[in-house]
Design a protein around this ligand. Structure first.
Ligand code: HEC
Ligand code: HEC
Ligand code: HEC
Ligand code: HEC
Length: 498
């Protein structure tokens, strides 16, 4: 074949030049490709070689990292902005119980019935956990109600303290006992290794969950790491045993049924429902798990592709560290991949959300009713055996509702899976009502008076919460205890003097 080609070239030299040209073009194109790949690394390397301060160990002072990486720091600081609202979400605080008071009944007997606010930017992680009624008013180091485990997803002081105290001792401690140590909101040291600036995992629970599945998280690809740094916190978890050891229930898989099976087998309940007495599960925020089941997760996208898009500034490309709704910046997020108008892209998101919320609202109405039916049955002499099937259905229905709803991005990240879960929740809710009707009938109840739970305060009164006392106590605590924590932290150099 080659001799034939050589002869052909000898006869018509133009063929030779043609081949030469094609090869040159190919080499040129490959060169551009390689350059564009190494360019990002080079940019980062330049950035890296220009660093002004040497950072070693677990450094929770974000402002120190800021001297080396001013663009990332400036955008990270913008997580404190409160200027955006999409149709259903945004970066402002929102009292969710006020707008959906049935949730007070759904969480009766659990701290969430007192206070639940929609999440806002990472910059508020410390302020918000201090302010919520759910953390109570601990004064002495041994005071509850919460374990130190609650700090785990709030601050780069957490890995620092874990290193200092040991992981087990950290979880075992009380939340209030570490109030003067855990003071900086989620920051650079939560996601980065200061030596290389590579993404890194600082939370043991994620590493351990991988290990139990026989996987080594250290082998994750850079693209996977763009999800996994977020999966340190945006996941379903629980506090295992008396040591309150933070654990992800992933051993059997990621679906709502897999995790329910895990909890059932461990005979685990987060609390006993104060109205229905059902053994309940509280879903946290399975953002990562649901995302991985959705279209974008399946195509290998990472959280950072939409929540930390690239930005350009004077020829320097960097990741926008203002982690927020991608709808705030559709041109740099969705439109880097989709040739569709901003209006359409926004519409897709809203349509998925609206459809999921339609079912969610039905569940909240019917499920709160079902808890109240169960209470009526108990009040009229129903026994454990009569109630067992209904209580199981209440647990299952609410676990599914919470799983789908507590993952705030779920209805967009994985619309089909989210709808599936909500459908099963509504199904179990109505089955519970049917079961309970039978129990009520058997105990001679033909009519049930449903209480007025149409506002947050009416619902809280119905479940017996004395909100005024709780608020007064918390306000007083915020004015007396928190300033002492802050003062001590500043004295010890834990917090920058501002
Ligand atoms: C160390 C734990 C932690 C890590 C790591 C983390 N988050 Fe968060 N995230 C939180 C907490 C806690 C909040 C709620 C803060 C509040 O409301 O005070 C939050 C809030 C958010 C919000 C809501 C912001 C708003 O304006 O409403 C988004 C979106 C978000 N995180 C996405 C991400 C993404 C994407 C990643 C990975 C690049 C990530 N988070 C990594 C803990 C974490
Ligand atoms: C919630 C996790 C998270 C936090 C907190 C975080 N980063 Fe990042 N950072 C990322 C991700 C994700 C990338 C993109 C990495 C990639 O694509 O490989 C990144 C990239 C970077 C880069 C590489 C250049 C670039 O912009 O892409 C630098 C430098 C950086 N971050 C600095 C910081 C600094 C400084 C802070 C604190 C003020 C910080 N980061 C906080 C997740 C985080
Ligand atoms: C394809 C783009 C895309 C990717 C990738 C993505 N998200 Fe989202 N996310 C969205 C959109 C869109 C919303 C809804 C925003 C709105 O309604 O304003 C959202 C909402 C959220 C919210 C709720 C924000 C709030 O204000 O309450 C969180 C938390 C979140 N995402 C975390 C994550 C995590 C963690 C990952 C990775 C496991 C991820 N997202 C990956 C597009 C994305
Ligand atoms: C990094 C690239 C990338 C980004 C950023 C991105 N997408 Fe996608 N999107 C994809 C890919 C890939 C698919 C799958 C397309 C296919 O297989 O046909 C997809 C599918 C979709 C679909 C198809 C419906 C579905 O769920 O199956 C919608 C709607 C969509 N994206 C909306 C958005 C919106 C809204 C944003 C911004 C919040 C966004 N995308 C950001 C890459 C991206």
């Amino acid at each position: 074949m080659f001799t034939k080609l050589a002869e052909a070239i000898k006869r018509k030299p133009l063929i030779g030049w043609g081949i030469f040209g094609v090869v040159m073009v190919a080499v040129f194109v490959l060169g551009i490709l390689a350059a564009s790949i190494t360019e990002r690394r080079a940019e980062i390397a330049t950035l890296f070689n220009n660093k002004k301060v040497e950072i070693a160990g677990i450094e929770p002072h974000n402002e120190l990292w800021g001297t080396n990486y001013p663009r990332e720091y400036a955008t990270w600081k913008k997580t404190a902005d409160m200027d955006f609202r999409s149709k259903h979400l945004g970066n402002m605080p929102e009292d969710v119980l006020e707008s959906r008071p049935e949730m007070v009944v759904l969480w009766a007997g659990y701290a969430f019935a007192q206070d639940y606010s929609a999440p806002r930017g990472h910059a508020y992680a410390i302020e918000d956990i201090r302010s919520t009624l759910r953390t109570g008013t601990p004064v002495a180091d041994g005071d509850g109600p919460q374990p130190a485990t609650c700090w785990t997803c709030k601050s780069p002081d957490v890995p620092r303290m874990m290193q200092e105290m040991g992981i087990e001792n950290f979880y075992k401690d009380k939340w209030g006992a570490l109030g003067d140590e855990v003071v900086n909101p989620i920051g650079c040291a939560d996601c980065h290794d200061p030596q290389t600036m590579n993404l890194t995992i600082t939370r043991p629970a994620l590493v351990e969950a991988f290990e139990r599945q026989g996987k080594n998280i250290a082998e994750a690809t850079p693209q996977e790491m763009r999800n996994l740094v977020c999966a340190q916190c945006h996941v379903e978890y629980y506090f295992q045993g008396d040591g309150k050891y933070l654990t992800f229930p992933w051993d059997g898989g990621f679906t709502v049924e897999d995790m329910e099976k895990y909890y059932d087998e461990a005979d685990y309940a987060d609390w006993t429902h104060a109205v229905s007495r059902a053994p309940m599960l509280k879903a946290q925020h399975p953002d990562y798990e649901l995302f991985m089941m959705g279209t974008h997760g399946q195509r290998g996208l990472g959280c950072a592709d939409c929540h930390m898009p690239y930005k350009s500034e004077g020829g320097i490309k960097y990741s926008d560290h203002q982690i927020v709704s991608p709808l705030k910046n559709i041109a740099n997020t969705c439109q880097t991949c989709h040739r569709d108008s901003e209006e359409n892209l926004r519409k897709y998101v809203y349509e998925y959300q609206d459809k999921a919320l339609e079912i969610r609202d039905r569940i909240e109405t019917e499920l709160s009713k079902a808890h109240i039916l169960a209470k009526t049955a108990w009040d009229n002499g129903a026994n454990e055996a009569q109630m067992a099937a209904s209580l199981q259905l209440l647990r299952q229905a609410q676990w599914r509702w919470d799983f789908a709803v507590a993952s705030h991005g779920g209805s967009f990240h994985a619309p089909v899976e989210t709808q599936r879960i909500l459908a099963h929740s509504l199904d179990r809710t109505l089955q519970a009502q049917l079961e309970l009707q039978k129990v009520l009938f058997a105990n001679g109840v033909t009519d049930v008076n449903l209480p007025d739970i149409s506002t947050k305060s009416k619902a809280q009164e119905y479940i017996g919460l004395d909100m005024k006392t709780l608020h007064d106590k918390k306000d007083n605590w915020k004015q007396t205890v928190v300033p002492k924590w802050v003062e001590k932290a500043k004295g010890n150099g834990r917090l920058a003097m501002k």
